[in-house]
Design a protein around this ligand. Structure first.
Ligand SMILES: [Zn+2]
Length: 486
């Protein structure tokens, strides 16, 4: 607010100057008072008719004479009319006059115009018209949206206390663009458009897992989209049911888009992320190979995306593993050729990988069953479904993650669960023991570029400014509001 020193400053300054100027006088008067008082006391005690003579007074003070036996009249400030002799502390406590300048933010409502808004707060018509035409010349054909805020700097004029004067008006329909109308000294209004540059800013969000990863990320200040992207990138590798524990720490590296005055235009795109599990740390980083699609890679340059999902379903838990076991219905020991995931009826089941449906429908003890062939060697099977997914029938192709059916308890089953099988060359193997090597790897021309980026991200995951610190000077908008230029 350095552009507009408070008008109340001036009288106050003048008053203190007067006080400083006459301080010696006040002191002198005080000394005289004390001396006179002492003389009177001595005089009354001695009971003698002695005319007390006041000590020599400073030139500015009026002559004081004592006429005994009447007591000396008290010396008051009334003797020094014209001087403001209020004690210093009283002066400091005196309330400064209320500022006649103030700020106001109004919103455009349906059917509003800026002129109408100004009319509503009683801005004089001549000013309104000038502001409106200055603004119109600037906006040209662009229209202001309903709900747009109008920041006003107003001044109350002594001659017309009910009709405020507009000193400045600002509208910022986009973070990069601000329209400002200001009052010139001659009372006319000028309008200018201020363009703020938008530049990227790298920030770090440090979070601790309390509850879900998503909530913990949001609580730490990460945007939802970036947190979800991080979780998806982790989901190929991390077994969320078994490996996630409370209190585990994770870090997101974000690229925000920020205007030159500190307004965040984009809250942050995920560049990299790191999750510290009990026995290992997973790091994922965004990279786009030449001519390829953007994706997430580990620091060694292997794509996080695997040919197969670890679990073909969300929010599931393993109720029965792969191998020999006592069959719950048959009552004898038998080979369990898959893994059972317990989940409520109707939970969607995803294709573990891209492939072709080779079987879809009733299949004895398996109930409603789907079998997918992914490569010439690898297939997957899904049993006990309550129903098939939309369009799932033999011969159709499916994408990884596509819903192929829903959890149920059809066939030989004691309750709703998914029986999941994994086949290599036609033989069931333990799905959880498979090491899927079929991952894209950064190579060739991309490798050198990836290594530089990978080193940079690993460093920034530790050293980039934390999001809270980076966002601290967010008051910049208010400060820049009425500045003429950058
Ligand atoms: Zn089973």
């Amino acid at each position: 607010m350095t552009d507009f020193p408070s008008p109340s400053d001036r009288p106050k300054t003048a008053r203190s100057a007067a006080f400083r100027l006459f301080r010696p006088v006040i002191f002198a008067v005080g000394i005289i008072g004390v001396t006179v008082g002492a003389v009177i006391v001595i005089h009354h005690r001695s009971q003698t008719q002695v005319a007390a003579v006041a000590p020599p007074a400073p030139p500015a003070s009026p002559p004081i004479t004592l006429s005994d036996p009447e007591p000396a009249p008290p010396i008051t400030t009334a003797d020094f009319k014209g001087f403001d002799l209020k004690p210093a502390d009283q002066q400091a406590d005196a309330e400064p006059p209320a500022s006649d300048r103030y700020e106001l933010t109004l919103r455009l409502e349906r059917g509003d115009t800026v002129e109408k808004v100004l009319a509503d707060i009683n801005v004089p018509e001549a000013d309104r018209k000038q502001i409106d035409s200055a603004l119109k010349a600037l906006l040209k054909k662009r229209r202001l949206a309903v709900g747009e805020s109008i920041d006003l700097q107003l001044q109350t004029m002594p001659d017309q206390p009910d009709a405020p004067r507009v000193l400045a008006l600002s509208i910022r329909p986009q973070p990069q663009r601000e329209y400002i109308v200001t009052r010139r000294d001659d009372g006319s209004y000028e309008a200018l458009e201020k363009i703020y540059q938008v530049r990227p800013r790298i920030v770090r969000v440090d979070a601790t897992r309390r509850g879900s990863l998503q909530q913990s990320g949001m609580k730490a200040g990460a945007p939802t989209a970036a947190t979800l992207e991080f979780i998806r990138a982790l989901s190929y590798d991390v077994d969320f049911q078994r490996e996630l524990k409370e209190g585990q720490r994770f870090t997101l590296l974000l690229e925000q888009q920020v205007t030159s005055d500190g307004l965040v235009v984009d809250p942050g795109r995920l560049l990299a992320g790191e999750l510290k599990l009990t026995n290992r740390t997973i790091t994922v980083m965004r990279f786009r190979p030449q001519g390829g699609a953007e994706g997430f890679y580990d620091p060694k340059g292997e794509s996080v995306v695997r040919s197969f999902l670890r679990t073909p379903m969300d929010a599931s838990h393993i109720t029965s593993g792969f191998g020999m076991r006592m069959h719950p219905i048959m009552g004898f020991s038998a080979m369990h050729t898959g893994v059972d995931f317990g989940a409520p009826t109707g939970t969607p089941i995803f294709a573990a990988g891209a492939g072709k449906v080779v079987m879809a429908g009733s299949n004895g003890g398996y109930g409603i069953f789907v079998k997918l062939q992914h490569t010439s060697q690898i297939g997957t099977g899904y049993g006990h479904m309550s129903r098939l997914g939309p369009g799932i029938r033999p011969g159709v192709s499916v994408r990884q993650g596509q819903v192929i059916g829903f959890v149920g308890s059809t066939g030989l089953s004691t309750g709703p669960h998914l029986h999941y099988e994994f086949y290599r060359n036609g033989h069931p193997v333990n799905p959880l023991a498979q090491k899927f090597a079929m991952r894209a790897v950064v190579g060739g021309k991309d490798l050198a570029r990836f290594r530089v980026l990978s080193r940079q991200y690993l460093n920034e995951l530790k050293n980039a400014p934390p999001i809270a610190e980076a966002s601290a000077p967010a008051k910049a908008k208010e400060n820049a509001q009425f500045a003429r230029d950058e």
